[in-house]
Design a protein around this ligand. Structure first.
Ligand code: B16
Ligand code: MG
Length: 225
């Protein structure tokens, strides 16, 4: 098999490894209902990859509600408590189709693997999925100051694994995450649809039936080696 021009693959968590967006939605919807606002699924889509505080600010804007900083902190904490309760139900079976075997293939080929997630709960979720030990580095929302589209979360992954951003590639389901990877000088693969993620180097619907060999073929098309 051909050699990979990529030494590190960074995976976003929510929407790439596991679908926790449904739990974020339940918790945000419950919170919004408290101030009489009905959060829609379409709005929840816009919160993917967005930090907890920024998500709350968006919801308050949409609802036309103003809160003090103190109230916002209390609201975000309440939402997170509900979310944490919901993610207790996550099991290894919740990993999205094909992603775990694809990660194993990368590792067997000597390609490092890192997590780059905006979530402060990422480690708990990886533990529930029983995947933590697979990662050479785990970067989560507790380790960053700037949110995607800033590349900080992914650049930390390259630093922790001693890899150049130019030899790194990010798998992301959020448009802002793709922007972050490209801003950091990495290749970016969108997990989702062309219409949302058309600015990626290439787009996959997911990892179901996706192999290392498919990946290497697609890489040679986008990267001159
Ligand atoms: P938390 P990702 C993101 O995860 C989620 O997509 C986003 O909806 C959430 O608000 C954010 O994490 C923060 O999560 O409240 O658990 O810190 O896609 O970057 O893995
Ligand atoms: Mg995501």
């Amino acid at each position: 098999m051909q050699k990979s021009p990529i030494s590190l693959c960074i995976f976003d968590l929510d929407g790439v490894i596991v679908d926790t967006a449904k739990y974020h939605y339940i918790a945000w919807k419950r919170l919004a209902a408290e101030f009489g606002y009905d959060l829609t699924e379409a709005q929840n889509e816009k919160l993917k990859g967005v930090s907890r505080v920024q998500s709350l600010n968006h919801i308050l804007d949409w609802a036309g509600v103003t809160k003090t900083e103190e109230e916002k902190t209390a609201l975000a904490t309440r939402k997170n408590n509900w979310y944490v309760e919901l993610i207790q139900n996550v099991t290894p079976d919740d990993a999205l189709p094909g992603v775990v075997s694809f990660i194993h293939e990368l590792k067997q080929a000597g390609i490092k693997v890192a997590l780059g997630s905006a979530s402060k709960n990422a480690r708990v979720i990886l533990d529930k999925l029983e995947l933590s030990s697979l990662f050479d580095a785990i970067v989560d929302g507790t380790m960053t100051v700037k949110s995607k589209p800033d590349p900080e979360v992914f650049l930390k992954g390259t630093e922790l694994t001693n890899t150049s951003p130019h030899a790194s590639l990010v798998f992301e389901d959020a448009a802002k995450g793709i922007d972050a990877a490209l801003a950091g000088g990495m290749l970016a693969v969108g997990i989702g649809t062309e219409d949302q993620l058309g600015h990626s180097d290439f787009v996959l619907p997911g990892f179901d039936n996706y192999t290392l060999s498919d990946f290497l073929k697609q890489l040679t098309r986008v990267k001159q080696v």
